[in-house]
Structure formats: structure tokens, C-alpha cells
Design a protein around this ligand. Structure first.
Ligand SMILES: O=C(O)CCC(=O)C(=O)O
Length: 300
């Protein structure tokens, strides 16, 4: 087991009254907004009902089993990656080094507004992106025993601007602790590091599943934190925040949903909504969620 980094420096604890109202108090919004801006992330503790999480966890176990059994199934290309399609679940997925990335179809229970557009998270994302955003994709990260520690990395064209280009909301489907491959984050301003400066100095910040000794050495100069997340917690992070997946020392696969919201008008070649939805599934989403999922082509 790895040592825990102390400190609750990115945490906001949601009260039962705030959860019931689906909104944070003004003081809590102020704190969470400040953390998102300065640290590039915020953890909302207790931001969704545990019943929603346990239903998603049980359903995900079935999707994962289907994907594991569909390794020789139908394939498609996405961002230069060969993906497969689960025979029963129709979930698009890919796997590297014991890490699975699965894009679940957004049927129940994955269509819950608590997951797809968590009201507490959306208030913060909406304010930070100034209303102008959409859901780019709904994915998941499953880390198995045997996965090696990733290289620290940043995602989705990081460092092009000090304005956030989007946010990722990670929702653990069960307890993610120091034993089962917690996410390690560098909430030290790494979301603001400029691409042109890093590249000019010879750094590549995009390597995930391979070794990247130069960037690893740079990361070691800064404090990091391995985040323990309970069911019901969620992490909002700027994709430019330096982070990495760590090692799962248990036999149970560890899964977090990774829901990506992107500023309108910006794009990136990784992930798109037709991996999760067709037009019919989109029409069945709750009306308050549907506008965020407008990017599904009519004919898919
Ligand atoms: O283990 C995780 O949940 C995250 C892994 C990760 O950062 C990635 O694959 O980009």
C-alpha cells in the first residue's frame, strides 16, 4: 500500500440539506469555485445518493463482464485507438496494460441525472465554463491488479489556454482507496502549465500508459495527493491537471466513471457522444439533462 498524502485541501463536504436541494450554499460555492480555479480540481463529498452509485456499480459489473468476453468482437477506430464493442451491452471499450476504458450506453441506471449532470457539479462547471458547454462523452476507468503505475500526464490538449477548456467529473462506483489504484493528482497549479513552455523545454505531458522519465522527474518536484473517494463523492478536475492512475493491489477491479464536459466550439479527437448514445437513447434522457447531450447525430 502506498502512503497517503495528508490534507483535505481540495475537499468540500456536501451537507444533507445541500444534497436534498441539489445546490450548495453560497459559502460552499465560493470555496469550491476557488479550489477549481486555483487547484484545478475539487472533491464534493457526498454529492450523490449512494443508491444511485450502487445501482450503477452493479450494472457496470455486467457491462465489464460482457466487454471482457468480447475481446474478439466488432471493432472501431477512435483517436487512433482500436476499440471493441461489447456483444450484449454494445459498450465501446479498449484495454491497455490491465486498464480498461469503457463507454457505457446511457440506459438505466447510467442515465441517472445524478450521474450524467450532477446538479452540484454542474453548478460549478456552468459557472467556470460560463454556460457554454456540452457533454463530450461518458467513459470509465477500470484498473485491475497487474496494471502498473501510469506516467503523470495531462489530457485533451492541455496548456493551450489559462481558460479551462472543459472539466472531467470522476464518480467512483465503489470505495476507491489507497489499496485499489487511487487517482494521484498534482493540485499545485499544474492545470495552468503552458504547453508551449513545456514543449519548448522538451517535455511531453501526454504519455499515459508508457514510461516518461523526464516528465516523471518534473512531477516529482511538486506535491501530489492520492485521492480516496467514497461512494457518493465526486471529483471535478480540469483535464489539464497533472494526474495518473496508480496500482490496484486488490483482486477487485476498481472503476470510476469519467464524464467529460467541453466548452462549446472546442473539440478534441478523443471520445464522442455516439459512443454512448443514439438518437433514441438521447430522447429517453431526462429533459433537464438532454440539452447537454445535443451532440448526437440524428442518424446514429
Ligand atoms: O485510474 C484512473 O481512474 C485514471 C487513469 C487515467 O488517468 C487515465 O487513464 O488517463
Amino acid at each position: 500500500m502506498d502512503a497517503e498524502t495528508p490534507g483535505q485541501d481540495v475537499d468540500v463536504v456536501v451537507s444533507p440539506a445541500e444534497l436534498a436541494a441539489g445546490t450548495l450554499s453560497a459559502d460552499q460555492v465560493r470555496l469550491a469555485t476557488l479550489l477549481l480555479h486555483t487547484r484545478g480540481c475539487v472533491i464534493l463529498r457526498g454529492a450523490l445518493p449512494s443508491t444511485v452509485v450502487s445501482a450503477a456499480d452493479a450494472a457496470f459489473a455486467r457491462v465489464f463482464a460482457d466487454c471482457r468476453a468480447s475481446g474478439d468482437g466488432e471493432s472501431l477506430e477512435m483517436a487512433g485507438i482500436t476499440c471493441r464493442v461489447g456483444r450484449e451491452s454494445r459498450a465501446v471499450f479498449w484495454e491497455r496494460n490491465h486498464r480498461w476504458r469503457i463507454f457505457p450506453r446511457l440506459r438505466a441506471p447510467f442515465d441517472s441525472p445524478w450521474l450524467l449532470a450532477n446538479p452540484l457539479a454542474m453548478g460549478l462547471v456552468r459557472a467556470a465554463l460560463r454556460d457554454d458547454f456540452h457533454c463530450k462523452f461518458v467513459s470509465s476507468d477500470t484498473c485491475l491488479a497487474g496494471a502498473v503505475i501510469q506516467s503523470p500526464h495531462r489530457e485533451m490538449d492541455p496548456g493551450l489556454s489559462w481558460e479551462p477548456r472543459g472539466y472531467i467529473v470522476n464518480i467512483p462506483l465503489h470505495r476507491c482507496d489507497l489499496d485499489n489504484g487511487p487517482l494521484e493528482i498534482w493540485p499545485c497549479g499544474s492545470h495552468l502549465w503552458r504547453d508551449d513552455v513545456l514543449r519548448g523545454l522538451g517535455y511531453d505531458d501526454t504519455v499515459q500508459d508508457g514510461r516518461n522519465p523526464d516528465f516523471e522527474a518534473l512531477a516529482a518536484m511538486f506535491p501530489s495527493r492520492r485521492v480516496v473517494l467514497e461512494p457518493g463523492d465526486l471529483l471535478i478536475r480540469d483535464p489539464a491537471l497533472m494526474h495518473r492512475g496508480t496500482v490496484n493491489h486488490t483482486d477487485r477491479p476498481r472503476t470510476m466513471l469519467a464524464i467529460c464536459y467541453f466548452r462549446d466550439g472546442l473539440t478534441h479527437n478523443y471520445g464522442q457522444l455516439d459512443l454512448n448514445l443514439d438518437h433514441g437513447l438521447r430522447e429517453r434522457l431526462a429533459p433537464e439533462v438532454r440539452p447537454l447531450f445535443a451532440g448526437v447525430p440524428q442518424d446514429v
